[in-house]
Design a protein around this ligand. Structure first.
Ligand code: URP
Ligand code: ZN
Ligand code: ZN
Ligand code: ZN
Length: 466
């Protein structure tokens, strides 16, 4: 008698599955990289036993910076290989980095340049947002509409930063195109003039250590810009994603807009849950390790960011991974950076640490349940940015992007284990309970027990549509 061959390439058995809505126990049958069946007693040519583990949609990190130039000869610590390697080890199956337009160049050339950097390098799937720094007539009239149609329906604008900040008028022009093309605008909301004014005054007073970075970008600067960005979106009648929200006042602006019925979305990040401005107080230049914008605030702000996640004000929890090496004259410690916080590059690494931090601090400590964890780390990212239901959930027909979590594994977070391209993690020494022990992208195991098993170049670019 001949036995029938197993119906599936791979079966994940005996796990407890959580989606953004449900918790259930069954096997997952995977064929050709997609979930082909959810059921009992499924048989596969290969099987993974997930007894005692959570089986979750792979993490989607919709806010990461990879291989972006930073001026002054500063080099970002991660290329696409190292960033996506760390992402895979941290339970992620898709990341959304940016194609940044450099002033005086076309958007299309930025898209080509970032594709060239990513091609053949990625361990997990990748989908690009755009950063618009020069909204010229041709960018607004031709390039943006064409790029939205080609699968890039989200773009970030900055209200601060030399060479990046747009005027309110320019933001309105970008929003007008977003309305016409059904795209999503993401905004970095901080008041540029407040920051420039305070930075000048702090420097005049000799307050140049990294800790003054936080003083130069107070909550008022973030709250005012958040309110203004929401007003511009309301006027333009477009949805808006306010990224990296750090405190209650900005969060309450978003909540109020949502209560009015405006389509305003919010995002927060690990640095606003577990770091504070006191972390910038390190001796000598150590505080530079925590310089990011907006800066980490205080315990009350941390509580507000938890509340935003618990109550759905924040749809997404992202890393804002923006890594620079610390002990490096082309990283945080440039000769100029040593003279003033003004010149310390903004941004910290986090793509590998994001999910363990939220699992441990959120799910294990009872601040959020497992469904909320899945929503803010995967499902909502897919829905907001146009990857759903191909990505972001466990359902028949979806890509087999899965992370298996051991909810009881306790380990100290160290930079070594994250395997990114930086030389530190701002979260060094945190005690973390709950780790991803297996990450699978389209049915292929890319990380297992802290070891990378995927192949460089397996990660694909995923065009999106909203
Ligand atoms: O400090 C930060 N967040 N740097 C990354 C760029 C950005 O503004 O998101
Ligand atoms: Zn490509
Ligand atoms: Zn930003
Ligand atoms: Zn960012």
């Amino acid at each position: 008698m001949s036995e029938r061959p197993p119906a599936f390439d791979l079966v994940v058995r005996n796990g407890r599955i959580a989606t953004a809505a449900d918790v259930f126990a069954c096997d997952i049958g995977i064929r050709d990289g997609r979930i082909a069946a959810l059921g009992e007693g499924l048989a596969g040519r290969e099987e993974i036993d997930a007894t005692g583990k959570w089986v979750l949609p792979g993490g989607i990190d919709s806010h990461v910076h990879i291989s972006q130039p930073s001026g002054e000869g500063i080099v970002m610590a991660d290329d696409f290989a190292s960033a996506t390697r760390s992402a895979a080890l941290g339970g992620n199956t898709t990341v959304l980095p940016f194609c940044m337009q450099e002033s005086g160049t076309t958007l299309r050339s930025a898209v080509s340049a970032y594709h060239a950097k990513a091609e053949g390098e990625c361990y997990v799937d990748v989908s690009f947002h755009l950063i618009i720094t020069d909204p010229s007539e041709s960018v607004l009239g031709q390039e943006l509409p064409a790029l939205v149609a080609d699968g890039y329906p989200s773009f970030k604008v900055f209200m601060t930063y030399e060479g990046l900040a747009l005027t309110d008028r320019q933001i309105l022009e970008v929003m007008e195109v977003a309305r016409q093309t059904r795209a999503l605008v993401m905004v970095h909301a901080e008041n540029y003039d407040i920051i420039r004014f305070l930075t000048d005054r702090l420097e005049q007073d000799g307050r140049t250590a990294p800790r003054y970075h936080a003083a130069s970008r107070p909550i008022i600067a973030e709250r005012e810009a958040t309110s203004r960005a929401i007003s511009l979106a309301e006027l333009s009648d477009v949805p808006l994603m306010v990224v990296h929200v750090s405190n209650r006042e900005a969060m309450e602006e978003i909540r109020r807009a949502q209560a009015k019925g405006l389509k305003i979305l919010g995002e927060t990040c690990p640095q606003y849950l577990v770091l504070t401005a006191a972390d910038l107080d390190g001796l000598n230049m150590e505080g530079a390790k925590y310089v990011c914008s907006p800066p980490p605030r205080d315990p009350a702000s941390q509580e507000a960011c938890w509340e935003g996640l618990q109550q759905g004000v924040f749809a997404t929890f992202s890393s804002d991974h923006c890594p620079f090496r610390y002990d490096d004259p082309q990283g945080k410690l440039t000769p100029k950076g040593r003279t003033s916080f003004r010149w310390v590059p903004n941004g910290i690494p986090g793509v590998g640490a994001r999910l363990p931090i939220l699992f441990s601090e959120g799910v294990v400590k009872g601040r959020i349940d497992i469904n909320r964890f899945v929503a803010v780390t995967a499902t909502n990212h897919a829905k907001v940015y146009g990857l759903y239901p191909k990505k972001g959930t466990i359902a028949v027909g979806a890509d087999a992007d899965i992370a298996i979590w051991d909810p009881e594994l306790t380990r100290t977070l160290t930079h070594d284990a994250l395997q990114d391209g930086s030389d530190y993690t701002p979260y060094e020494g945190m005690e973390i309970t709950g780790w991803p022990v297996l990450t699978m992208v389209r049915g292929r195991v890319v990380a297992r027990d802290g070891v990378l098993t995927g192949a460089k170049g397996f990660g694909q670019h995923v065009p999106r549509r909203l």
